[in-house]
Write a protein that binds this ligand. Structure first.
Ligand SMILES: Cc1cc2nc3c(=O)[nH]c(=O)nc-3n(C[C@H](O)[C@H](O)[C@H](O)COP(=O)(O)OP(=O)(O)OC[C@H]3O[C@@H](n4cnc5c(N)ncnc54)[C@H](O)[C@@H]3O)c2cc1C
Length: 293
């Protein structure tokens, strides 16, 4: 199918982009990697009056380090994240997760800003943003604001952007020393969206968990953190029985849906299994990392 008619503008800086978005009064769509937008246009699921192409804005695709954080520009391609030594050093869980996004051709074009703004309920990067407590920087003609990733994802494919706003930057606070990680995903075929995926980080001190983070995708309309399972883990050492309790807490906390690919029960089962594996891997890696004080 062919897309409906639309106007098209190439923005060469953020001011031009947000001015065009403001002029269109919410009827514009931003074109980043186009990997989700173009199929939706071709299926005529969207009818924007204008596309604002942000691909030629210099300075929107970057990965920078500050003393406490890593800053990622919204136009950073999945492949740049996947191959970044900074990301591999500070957020290996993100390097691992992004390699599961689609196929190489998609990762060459797709951007982190596009993935977060599109917010597919089974996508990996929204889940990473929630796992890593990302802060998102958003600009519009009216000014700029920041929002926590946890508050950004409102519903399936619905985020806290009002149609005249541009996501420009994702900030990840560095993780403490002796933090182990795990990422587990089940797909029907290589490159598919996840049936379910779980990721965890465990920060250890003297073989005790001092901070636990567990995030899931594919088991609800938005990525989510398993707060109850996280709090069960803190103050303890990981073992099989604690793992089982965390798995149960995760299964109780989620309400997956049945669709063409999997039943709700199967997804609930998977979420537990994947959480158990991610936690075991995070514990193993955390114990290996002796750089902690
Ligand atoms: C065959 C196929 C398989 C895929 N498999 C996976 C997968 O397994 N996992 C996965 O997570 N994704 C998958 N994707 C989607 C892919 O990750 C996309 O790259 C991503 O969802 C959208 O990023 P994009 O840069 O292409 O955004 P675009 O398609 O350009 O835009 C997507 C939406 O976000 C908006 N937008 C884009 N950038 C911004 C911004 N900076 N600020 C505000 N709004 C913005 C656009 O207006 C549009 O509404 C797949 C895609 C395809 C075609």
């Amino acid at each position: 199918m062919k897309p409906p008619e639309f106007d098209y503008i190439v923005a060469t800086d953020c001011d031009t982009a947000v001015a065009a978005l403001a002029r269109a009064g919410g009827e514009a769509k931003i074109l980043a990697g186009g990997q989700s937008l173009m199929p939706m246009l071709n299926f005529r699921l969207l009818h924007p009056s204008i596309l604002v192409d942000i691909n030629r804005i210099p300075g929107l695709g970057f990965i920078d380090e500050t003393p406490d954080s890593i800053r990622i520009g919204a136009l950073t391609r999945h492949f740049q994240l996947e191959t970044s030594s900074l990301i591999a050093r500070h957020f290996p869980v993100l390097s691992c997760a992004v390699a599961h996004v689609g196929h190489l051709a998609i990762r060459n074009r797709g951007t982190i800003g596009g993935s977060l703004s599109h917010a597919d309920p089974a996508a990996e990067l929204p889940m990473m943003a929630v796992l890593l407590d990302a802060t998102l920087r958003i600009v519009s003609a009216a000014g700029s604001r920041t929002v926590a990733a946890r508050d950004f994802f409102l519903d399936a494919m619905t985020v806290d952007l009002n149609g005249t706003e541009l996501l420009t930057e994702i900030v990840l606070a560095k993780l403490p020393a002796q933090t182990g990680w795990g990422f587990e995903e089940i797909v029907r075929r290589h490159g598919d969206f996840a049936l379910a995926a779980a990721a965890a980080t465990l920060t250890l001190s003297a073989n005790e968990i001092v901070q636990a983070r567990i995030a899931l995708t594919g088991v609800g309309p938005t990525p989510l953190r398993a707060a109850q399972a996280e709090s069960l883990l803190v103050g303890r050492g990981f073992d099989e029985s604690l793992g089982r309790r965390a798995i149960e807490a995760v299964r109780e906390a989620i309400s997956p849906e049945t669709d063409l690919h999997a039943s709700a029960d199967f997804r609930r089962h998977l979420a537990g299994v994947l959480t158990g594996r991610a936690l075991a891997a995070a514990w193993r890696r955390g114990r290996r990392d002796k750089s902690a004080a």
